[in-house]
Design a protein around this ligand. Structure first.
Ligand SMILES: Cc1ncc(COP(=O)(O)O)c(C=O)c1O
Length: 394
């Protein structure tokens, strides 16, 4: 391929663009992971993560992608044969469900249309029907990266409480942590699963479990076989800032810097920024006359927007054309949505002009690909950004 001048536009919904400050932080000599400097780094990032997850409970860091943290959450808390309740919100919920099956769990997988989040009323109904409390865990993907739909975790928590059910609550925040409001303690989540490569603005390679006391209690009797993922040796080593095996030292330098950046901006501002960019993107989509995949106003994602392709057009051809002409990567439709949608990531290190550039690439691509639409999406987004820019800077 010919050389492309300027930065590639990586507008997939993760991995996200890694800011220069984080890259510079990673670009340092690796240190002895059993020495005193490491202990300081370990303690800093473990404490910082508690603030990001909004928890006083332990957060565990794995040198693994998010899928590893999914497995850790299930294998530390459950035993083969345990019943778990999961919801088909999209591709990632389906993959987590497949993993649960492979680990020998008995999954009740509630079907979904990939345009809605988890219905709190359906959670309550399922739990009320389980009078003998056989369901051991409820697993929910907070932000379905494959559909651009965000489930309402506080309402789901309230539904569990109304049903008076003791099941563990496991939540995947891989594409919502540090992008969409999330509170591990206030929402009484037992295991929160997350990853480094999205809102945390790091390269791929780290993943996390935030763990409640109830989950820790469950882990003492959980019968699933586990070794690498076992929380117990990790928590023992973490007490003094160390890890039971070689940590991803340089990614932890980056994590310390990313936490500092998020706190300099302020988490509430980070959430508002993402929501505002989501709204501006939807205004562009509406002006184009296209359809947002998310079908419920309460569930629009601040991390990404999934756009449905008009009939007769292949979203992957549009993405290929935009990549070739404008050096921009957009997210593809996954699983059932392959070719039917494309996804614009607006999470992580991102600002108003990055969004304008992204939407301009899409609008030019739609015209070149001959997709019927009205021009003016970028203008609509710009108007929204301009009219809300003063408030966004407060
Ligand atoms: C919501 C969600 N869950 C799980 C995963 C899987 O994580 P990983 O690819 O880091 O293993 C992803 C990846 O994009 C995701 O978006």
């Amino acid at each position: 391929m010919a050389f492309s001048s300027g930065r590639h536009f990586l507008q997939i919904p993760g991995p996200t663009n890694v800011p220069d400050r984080v890259l510079r932080a990673i670009d340092r000599p690796t240190i002895d992971h059993r020495g005193p400097d490491f202990a300081r780094l370990g303690k800093d990032v473990l404490a910082g993560l508690q603030r990001i997850f909004r928890t006083r409970q332990p957060v565990i860091i794995y040198p693994a992608s998010g899928t590893g943290a999914w497995e850790a959450a299930l294998s530390n808390t459950l035993s083969p044969g345990d019943r778990v309740l999961m919801f088909e919100t999209g591709h990632f919920a389906a993959l987590w469900q497949e993993m649960a099956q492979r680990l020998g769990l008995a999954v009740d997988f509630v079907p979904g249309d990939w345009r809605h989040g988890v219905d709190p009323a359906a959670v309550e109904e399922k739990l009320r029907a389980d009078g003998r409390h056989q369901i051991r865990a409820i697993c929910v993907v907070h932000n379905e990266t494959s559909t651009g739909v965000t489930s309402r975790i506080p309402e789901i928590r309230a539904a569990i409480d109304r049903a008076g059910h003791p099941a563990l609550f496991l939540v995947d925040t891989i594409s919502s942590l540090a992008s969409i409001d999330y509170r591990h303690d206030d929402w009484k989540v037992d295991v929160t699963v997350a990853g480094s490569q999205k809102g945390l603005m790091l390269p791929p390679g780290l993943s996390f479990n935030a763990v409640s006391q109830k989950a820790l209690e469950a882990s003492r009797s959980a019968g699933s076989k586990r070794s690498y993922w076992d929380w117990a040796p990790m928590l023992r080593a973490n007490e003094s800032g160390f890890f039971p095996y070689t940590p991803a030292t340089n990614l932890l330098y980056g994590l310390r810097e990313a936490i500092a950046m998020l706190e300099e901006e302020g988490l509430e501002n980070v959430f508002r920024r993402h929501a505002r960019h989501g709204e501006a993107t939807r205004q562009a989509v509406r002006a184009w006359g296209l359809e947002v995949n998310c079908a419920d106003e309460r569930e629009h994602s601040g991390s990404l927007t999934a756009i449905r392709m008009p009939a007769g057009h292949d979203a992957d051809q549009l993405r290929a054309l935009i990549l070739e002409r404008f050096d921009m990567s957009l997210g593809q439709g996954l699983g059932k949505l392959k070719g039917k949608i494309f996804r614009i990531g607006h999470l992580g290190a991102f600002n108003d002009l990055t969004l304008c550039g992204t939407l301009a690439g899409v609008e030019m691509g739609l015209a070149l690909a001959g997709v019927a639409h009205q021009a003016g999406g970028v203008t609509s987004a710009m108007q929204h950004l301009a009219s809300t820019s003063a408030a966004a800077k407060k």
